[in-house]
Design a protein around this ligand. Sequence first.
Ligand SMILES: Nc1ncnc2c1ncn2[C@@H]1O[C@H](COP(=O)(O)OP(=O)(O)OP(=O)(O)O)[C@@H](O)[C@H]1O
Ligand SMILES: [Mg+2]
Length: 536
Amino acid sequence: MAIFILYLTSPVTALQGAPRPRSLLVEKRASGKALTNVYQALGQVLIIVIRYHRCYTHCPMDAASQNQTPDTQLFRDVFNASPIGIAVENLEGQPLFVNPAFCSMLGFGEEELRGKHCVDFSPPEDAEKDWALFQKLRAGEIDQYQLEKRYFRRDGSLVWGSLSISLLNSRPSPLVIAMVEDITDKKKAEEARFRHAAVIESSDDAIATGTLDGIIVSWNTGAQKIYGYTEAEAVGKPISMLVPPELADEENKILETLRAGSRIEHFETVRVTKTGKRINVSLTISPIKDSSGRTVGCSGVARDITERKLADAALANVSRKLIEAQEQERTRIGRELHDDIGQRLALLALQLQQLHDDTFILPEVRSRMREFQKQISEIATDIQSLSHELQSAKLQYLGIAGAMRSFCQEFGKQQKVEIDFKAHDLPSPLSPDISLCLFRVLQEALHNAAKHSGVRQFEVRLWGTSDEIHLTVKDSGAGFDREAAKESRGLGLISMDERLKLVKGTLSINSQPKRGTTVDARVPLNSGSDSMRAAG
Ligand SMILES: Nc1ncnc2c1ncn2[C@@H]1O[C@H](COP(=O)(O)OP(=O)(O)OP(=O)(O)O)[C@@H](O)[C@H]1O
Ligand SMILES: [Mg+2]
C-alpha cells in the first residue's frame, strides 16, 4: 500500500493529463473513505494503462509489455503491486486482465482466471446477485455497483471479497473494472461479533459494561428486563443508581477491586430497579483489559436470584418450624419421662424397698427383690439422663459451657467413654438460639463418635473469637467418607447442617477413613453486640 500511495502522490504527467471519466467515480462507501479514494485512483490509473495499451482485447498484460512508454511501465507496476485484486472484464463478464493480488487471493494463475467467466468465481446464489447487477450495468441503468460476495479458491474453500465494479467507457469498446478486497477476516470477526451480540442479547441475565469510574457504557435486553431501565436510560449514567443507599460502600469496594485488576464472582447482594423495587442479584464482575494488560473498564453479569432467595427463605422457614416442633416435642417427652415415668419408677422402687424390709419375706425372695431394685434404679438413671438430653433446661441455668460440660460427664458415664471438654473465651450472653443449636450439634456429634468411631476417647472444644463461636468434636477413630455418608439413611449430619444454617453458621467435617473425624461448627456472633468475654 505504501508503494501505491507513493505513485499516486508523484507528479505523474500522464496521470495529471488524463481526463477523469465520470463512470470511474466510485461511490463513497461506509467501509471507508480511504478505500474509496484508492478505488478512484486505481480507476484513473487503469484507464491510462488501457489507453496506452495497444492490444487490450484478448491480450495478456505481458504480451503488451514490449511496447511500453515509461508511463505505461509505471502504471503496469501499479497494477501489479496493488494489494487489491483487480480484474478488467469485457461487457460479457469475461476477464481480460487480472493482477497478481487477484490471482493470489483465489489461488489461480492469470491464464486460468482469464479462462473463467465472472459468474464461475462464486457460489450460485452470490453469482446470481452479481450477474443481475452486471446486467443493469450492461443495459446502462447503472455505471457502478458494490457487493460483498464469496469467491471460490482453487482448493474449493471460500473467501469473502468486497467487490466494486465500475464501467469504463474506453475505446474501442467499453470495459468493466472489478476491484476485490479480501474481507474474509473482517467477515469472520463480524460473525463472531454477531454471535456474541446474539448471546448477550438473548441472555436473561443483565450484561453491562462500564468505565472504571462506574459509568454504564453498554446495557443488554436482560439488564432492561431485570432493572427496568432501557439502554438509552442507562448508558452514560452511573451504575450506582442501582445500588441501595446503605450499600454505597460496597459499590466503592467493587470498583476498587476491579481497578486492582481482580474479578468478583457470584457475589450476592441487593439492587434497586427503576420502580424502586429491591431485588436480590448474584453479580460476577470482571475487569476489561487493553492489549497492554491495563484495566480500562469492567463488564458485569447480574442474575436475578430474588425467587431463589424467596424459595430459600421459605425452605429455611419450614426447617425452622420443623426444628422448633422437634424441640417442643423433645421437651414434652423429656418432661413426661422425668415427671411421670421417673416418678412412678421411684415410687415402685420405694414400694419394693418397703416389701423388702417386711419380716415375712423369705430370704431367697428378698435377694431377687434386691436384684429388681437394682434394675429399677438403673432404668430410672437412664430415664433421667434421657430426659436431660431431650430437654435443654440446663442450658438456661448453667449456660452453654456448664450445660455442655454436664452433658459430657453424663454421656461419658452412660456410654463408658472419656470426654475431654474445654471451653474458653466465650461471649456472654450468647443468644438462646445459638446455644441450643451448638448444644444439639454437640449431642449428635458425640452420639456419632460413640456409635461409629470405634474409639472411646473424644475431645470437645468450645471457644469464642471476636466474631464467631466455634465448637469442635474430635475422635481419632474409623473416620468416614462424606460422599458415601450422604447415601446413608441417617439424619444426624443433615440435622446438624440444617440447625447451623438457621443461625447462619457453617458445619465442616474433616474425616478420612481410619484417620478420625473432626466436626467443626462455627456460628457468627452479632457484630453489633457489646458482649463481655467470660471464661467457660
Ligand atoms: N464420628 C464418626 N466416625 C465414623 N463415622 C461417622 C462418624 N460420624 C458419622 N459417621 C458416618 O456418617 C454416617 C451418617 O451419620 P448420621 O449421623 O447422619 O447418621 P447415623 O448416625 O447413621 O443415624 P442417625 O444419626 O440418624 O441416628 C454414619 O452412618 C456413619 O457411617
Ligand atoms: Mg448420627
